[in-house]
Design a protein around this ligand. Structure first.
Ligand code: M3L
Ligand code: AKG
Length: 463
């Protein structure tokens, strides 16, 4: 059971009949088989906080059948209320319950797609019977729409919306870091990452999820091995720079990455509507010269400092769309859609948490969406942002070399490099954000402690 749930006893799944729970109220109220309209009556002490006195049934009033360890349930014709304990009730609309039936007729057991026709569900649908069972809430729908649905208690808790009981997916597992991470940067070995049992891959991507980056040591210094390593995560995202890139300072592509110039801390693809999720780099060789060290900055760490010390500047970066372009290839002219672009700092519309940093001052287009009084506050904000990004506290400089690759979350980590001389050969790849998150989700399913079954349940919290 994931943290943040109402702590139902483990036994709810297998309904032992012996363990009374202090402060919990587990009774069941079963609608009479015969009547489609009688409503359960609950002892007033157990009535859901805001429920009105339920209308008396036309026959005898129902005394709840008290049974061990099952939630109390009640219906009022529009909703079903579930009493998890004396203080915690959830209410589910009938139409919501019918729409979310996941029996094989309503929800494809293999494709996990809805089969029930949402739009044939009467807006005033009401159950003919509700029952609290060891397996979950059992709902019998009226003879006009004969059907029986069963909803596991844990699924109902996870998806309770009135009130919301689960902890929103939060970034609590993110570990923000400064330049001090150089003492012990997250690393996996190539053997771990390539191991067929996927345990090393799970470790690798868990590091990326927590730190936003991870080194991979012991990588054969070839583009082939590096490409194979990249593909362990998912298919490579092809762009105007090609699929798997193997590049040097020859302007083979119209971008300063293909020069010897220094590149300040940036995220890639600000000119795409959907910037790539991960970016892997592996320095294959550097001869007859020096420089070309790699810069990594945790954009979430720097944003947390900005928010704390300069909240006004943070808000400017959170609300000001920034246009960008990639126009160095005659065959391509990229701008995000809409072309006004996206803010430097993007937030989850539900939790309000920072979810993406987009920053590349070199690729930024004309700021032509500011009105007069916004111009100076914009420049003041990016000056503060730049100052924090380039502070010794934020900058983690590392010299890559053949055999050690690094992968970064391009939605969080900024990267760059110092100028260099000589012949420098870098290879790597982009992985889409959805491919990365999907692989991580599959690995979490595979290695999660309570995943007793191999196949993906229709009740998976991810669906
Ligand atoms: C393909 N490779 C990674 C070598 C180059 C990427 C181009 C970098 C571009 N200025 C951006 O910020 O997205
Ligand atoms: O050459 C490097 O080390 C990094 C180049 C870069 O920043 C990029 O390709 O996005």
């Amino acid at each position: 059971m994931r943290a943040g749930y109402v702590s139902l006893p483990k036994s709810i799944g297998s309904a032992t009949r012996s363990t009374p729970f202090s402060r919990t109220l587990f009774r069941t109220s079963v609608l009479p088989q015969a009547s489609a309209t009688k409503l359960a009556r609950l002892p007033t002490s157990a009535a859901p906080p805001e429920s009105k006195a339920l209308p008396r049934s036309t026959s005898q009033s129902l005394a709840p059948v008290v049974s061990d360890d099952l939630p109390v349930i009640s219906t009022d014709g529009r909703k079903v209320a579930i009493g998890w304990d004396t203080r915690t009730w959830s209410r589910f609309h009938n139409v919501w319950l019918r729409d979310h039936c996941r029996c094989p007729q309503c929800f494809h057991p293999i494709t996990k797609q809805r089969l029930v026709n949402t739009f044939e569900i009467p807006s005033d649908i009401a159950p003919s019977e509700v029952e609290s069972t060891a397996e979950g809430l059992k709902v019998s729908w009226p003879s006009s729409q004969p059907h029986t649905s069963l909803y596991p208690w844990s699924w109902l808790q996870h998806n309770s919306y009135d009130p919301a009981l689960r902890q929103r997916e939060t970034q609590l597992d993110k570990i923000l870091w400064s330049s001090k991470i150089q003492a012990s940067p997250p690393t996996v070995t190539y053997e771990e990452a390539m191991a067929e049992d996927d345990r090393g891959l799970h470790k690798w991507l868990s590091h990326v999820d927590h730190f936003g980056m991870c080194f991979i040591s012991g990588v054969p210094a070839t583009p082939e091995a590096t490409e194979e390593l990249s593909q362990r995560i998912g298919f490579i995202r092809e762009t105007q720079y090609g699929k798997f890139w193997d590049f040097t300072s020859d302007l083979a592509k119209g971008d300063t990455a293909y020069t010897t110039l220094a590149l300040g801390a940036h995220t890639d693809n600000t000119y795409f509507t959907d910037p790539c999720g991960l970016q892997l780099f592996h320095l294959l060789s550097h001869t007859e010269g020096s420089g070309g060290s790699t810069l990594l900055v945790d954009g979430f760490y720097v944003a947390s400092i900005l928010k704390e010390l300069h909240p006004d500047a943070y808000n400017v970066l959170a609300r000001t769309p920034v246009p960008a372009h990639a126009a160095g290839e005659t065959s391509a002219l990229y701008q995000p859609f809409p072309s006004s672009g996206y803010p430097v700092l993007s937030h989850d519309p539900v939790t309000g948490e920072l979810i993406q940093v987009r920053w590349n001052n070199d690729d930024r287009s004309v700021m032509n969406n500011l009105n007069s009084h916004q111009v100076e506050e914009w420049y003041n904000a990016i000056r503060i942002w730049h100052k924090l990004l380039t502070s010794a506290d934020s900058e983690y400089w590392v010299q890559l070399g053949p055999g050690t690759a690094v992968i970064v979350d391009n939605h969080r980590i900024l990267h760059g490099r110092s100028a260099f001389t000589g012949k420098r050969r870098m290879c790597g790849a982009y992985i889409g954000v959805d491919e990365y998150r999907s692989k991580l989700a599959v690995l979490r399913e595979k290695f999660s402690s309570d995943n007793e079954v191999a196949d993906r349940s229709v009740w998976s919290p991810a669906l």
